[in-house]
Design a protein around this ligand. Sequence first.
Ligand SMILES: CC(C)(COP(=O)(O)OP(=O)(O)OC[C@H]1O[C@@H](n2cnc3c(N)ncnc32)[C@H](O)[C@@H]1OP(=O)(O)O)[C@@H](O)C(=O)NCCC(=O)NCCS
Length: 178
Amino acid sequence: MKFTPYNPSDIAEIKQLFIKTFSDSEGQSEGLIIGNLVFDLVTQADGDDLYGFVATENQHIIGSIFFSRMTFENKVEAFLLSPVAIVTSCQGKGVGQKLINFGLNALKERGVELVFTYGDPNFYTKVGFSHITEKVIKAPFKLTYPEGWLGQSLGGDEIEPITGNSHCVDAFNNPELW
Ligand SMILES: CC(C)(COP(=O)(O)OP(=O)(O)OC[C@H]1O[C@@H](n2cnc3c(N)ncnc32)[C@H](O)[C@@H]1OP(=O)(O)O)[C@@H](O)C(=O)NCCC(=O)NCCS
């Protein structure tokens, strides 16, 4: 298996991977929302504001992950991990954690300091995330599920509170995604 940066010319295959995987786990309407979100990320975000990676086996993409820029008043280099998917038939074999760690290392090498995500704490604590309160770091929108607001400092220090609002890229500027 290979982990590499994604190739924008593979967007159709990557979009299908997200639609199929999230349809399997959360139902078809969620699959379409996430597939369209990935398409918007890839087609709308500036190059500096988006990192994406894929896991490939026998020339097929079996997993993919995206990190998009978050901005704060204090100019810290920060990204949001979302979404990530491993094709249903390959789940539960460690590929997801390896792909996430590959992405986190690539971001660290590029000087990224903080990474946030919004998801299941039981899964993301396996790859270095811990719960953060909105008093420490505000999410860009009101959270439906505040327990799922998670972060990690790639330098390994504790996350210091940041005052003021946070902002995400256009594709995430939708309160229904939060
Ligand atoms: C979540 C996902 C990316 C994890 O990838 P994976 O390759 O299946 O996970 P790994 O094999 O690396 O890790 C498995 C561990 O994570 C846990 N896990 C896997 N999927 C999980 C989920 N959706 N929620 C909570 N825990 C999960 C398993 O219990 C397992 O823990 P264990 O080893 O202690 O039993 C993958 O299952 C997936 O694509 N799911 C559907 C889409 C999704 O939910 N994406 C994440 C939200 S953006």
